[in-house]
Design a protein around this ligand. Structure first.
Ligand SMILES: Cc1cc2nc3c(=O)[nH]c(=O)nc-3n(C[C@H](O)[C@H](O)[C@H](O)COP(=O)(O)OP(=O)(O)OC[C@H]3O[C@@H](n4cnc5c(N)ncnc54)[C@H](O)[C@@H]3O)c2cc1C
Length: 512
């Protein structure tokens, strides 16, 4: 039986490696200049990649490592991102208390613009088909002398990215190189330079200005070598392809429709003051749940998971009809909603909002539970958009001198708002792993060092991704059959068992 070259590679000393290296990963034909060597090269400057760099720079053990970040988008735009106080980006994430604690620990939390961030303490989740409900009220779990506990903290992704960039830059530019507007054009194994180091088992990246950048024609490509190459480069990760790591997964044939909404201020005053609620209603007949998550100043962000056809319909509606559809989705029966999803689209110039008239009429004949959100009264211009929903999980997060984090490693259904939280969990674990390796004099790119990261994260992420997938499937069976009964039993029973509910709430907080 013969082992594959790539499997053997990490266990063979460098002087003997020539025989076991895959030729595919050998670097180019003509003698090239020695690449610049970094301890850690991170491809991808989204929240996961920037989080990793910020964490490495924040720790006294790893702050002196020579690190580079390569991001194809313009990070100057992310640095100077700004919106008026009454406007919000439509890409918003709910951060669990563990993610918030991690951001605090690395000194990034204090750099968030807190006027644009909103905590919530209650969650109302119910099944639109059976009406069964589970309410997550953290106040019940807290003694009257404690502040009500936060379920999650809503932040615009852009606010988080800007804070992480500031945190990285506040650590100074010694041993730090940020390649913005720069794309990785190739990654290959280096070579054994007679007059330099043996990089034959090291990833060497060729990076060049992104096509849209004015520098793309004037600046020559640069070559950099990585002791550890981190793929934080999203769902289509080039780093994952280089490392030949397979993914399993599927497309949900669903889109997440997002929008920034204004709410009526008729919501009853909350007690204790300032307590806010997130709402999610499962709509099996329409392909997924609709969620309304609070933002400051009586605003909210929408994530409505539905079929591509319904998503296209919703996006094509004029603002007033879109608002009526969102209000209807939290209030009307599946039959009513299916009817309204087929109504003729009315042009923006039309004076009569047919959707609103339909909603008003149907509401008179629909009993309303007491846990519905306040009425939506406005939708921010150009904030309605949609994203295809997918499930992907890499078969492993590590390979020699490579680690994957964030969406490069896993993409999950957003119904529990956990994708970015899992990414930040990866960041915390990988930065600890690197810290451990440095403290113990180990090579940070060695598989032996990286095992710890993979062991901590792969199973934990698979569990959360699997639960979200199961919930998606369970809540996509319309009608009143056995699955719907099971669903309603599940939610109602959980709602009456404080201990089980408490356990679920701690899971949602990101705790064990
Ligand atoms: C509708 C919706 C709602 C969501 N809501 C939530 C929520 O409430 N809570 C939550 O936790 N998560 C949520 N998520 C998930 C969350 O948005 C993602 O998990 C998170 O943004 C992924 O971050 P990342 O840094 O891993 O990847 P990305 O944000 O995808 O960053 C990857 C980066 O790599 C760069 N890149 C790619 N290729 C190259 C290359 N060749 N060279 C250089 N750079 C490259 C890209 O430009 C990009 O900046 C939601 C997702 C969706 C779709």
């Amino acid at each position: 039986m013969s082992a594959s070259r790539s499997a053997l590679r990490p266990y063979v000393c460098s002087s003997c490696r020539h025989g076991v290296l895959a030729p595919r990963r050998r670097f180019s034909s003509k003698p090239a200049q020695n690449p610049e060597i970094y301890d850690v090269v991170c491809v991808g400057g989204g929240p996961a990649g920037l989080g990793l760099l910020a964490a490495l720079r924040a720790s006294p053990v790893t702050s002196k490592l020579k690190v580079a970040l390569v991001e194809s988008q313009d990070l100057d735009k992310a640095r100077s991102w700004d919106l008026p106080t009454h406007e919000f980006s439509n890409r918003v994430s709910s951060l669990t208390p563990s993610s918030v604690a991690f951001l605090r620990r690395i000194g990034a939390l204090e750099l968030l613009d807190t006027d644009r961030v909103q905590d919530y303490q209650q969650m109302q989740v119910w099944d639109g088909e059976t009406g069964s409900k589970i309410s997550f009220d953290w106040a019940e779990e807290t003694s009257p002398f404690e502040d009500p506990r936060t379920v999650a903290t809503m932040t615009e992704n852009a606010n988080l990215v800007r804070a992480l960039l500031s945190r990285i830059e506040a650590s100074g530019d010694e041993n730090l190189k940020i390649f913005s507007k720069t794309t990785v054009s190739s990654i290959e194994n280096g070579s054994d330079h007679p007059d330099g180091p043996d990089l034959s088992a090291w990833p060497v990246l060729t990076v060049a200005p992104s096509e849209a950048s004015p520098a793309s024609t004037s600046e020559p490509p640069v070559r950099i070598a990585a002791r550890l190459l981190v793929g934080a480069d999203g769902i289509n990760s080039p780093v994952r392809s280089f490392a030949d790591i397979a993914t399993e997964g599927w497309d949900y044939n669903r889109h997440g429709v997002v929008a920034t909404l204004a709410l009526s201020d008729s919501e009853a005053p909350t007690f204790p003051a300032g307590m806010r609620t997130a709402f999610q209603r499962f709509l099996p007949a329409l392909g997924g749940p609709i969620a309304l998550l609070p933002l400051p100043n009586n605003h909210a962000t929408l994530v409505w998971s539905t079929t591509p056809e319904h998503a296209a319909y919703l996006k094509s509606l004029p603002p007033n009809a879109f608002i009526s559809m969102v209000n209807a989705a939290f209030r009307l029966s599946m039959t009513d909603l299916k009817y309204m999803m087929k109504m003729k689209r009315v042009g923006e110039e039309e004076e009569v909002n047919q959707h609103d008239a339909e909603l008003t009429w149907r509401l008179q004949h629909t009993p309303q539970p007491n846990h519905i959100p306040p009425m939506v009264t406005g939708v921010q211009e150009r904030s309605v958009a949609s994203f295809p929903l997918r499930f992907r999980h890499a078969s492993t997060y590590i390979s020699p001198r490579v680690a994957l984090i964030g969406d490069a490693a896993h993409v999950i259904h957003p119904l529990a708002g956990q994708g970015l939280n899992l990414g930040l969990g990866d960041v915390a674990s990988l930065s600890n792993t690197i810290e451990y390796a440095v403290t113990h004099g180990m090579d940070v790119g060695d598989l032996l060092s990286l095992e710890r990261y993979s062991t901590e994260r792969w199973g934990a992420n698979a569990k959360v991704g699997g639960v979200c997938d199961l919930l998606h499937k369970l809540y996509n069976v319309p009608g009143q059959g056995p699955v719907a009964w099971g669903r309603s039993l599940g939610l109602n029973v959980i709602d009456r068992l404080p201990f089980v509910k408490g356990f679920l709430m701690r899971q949602a907080e990101g705790g064990a």
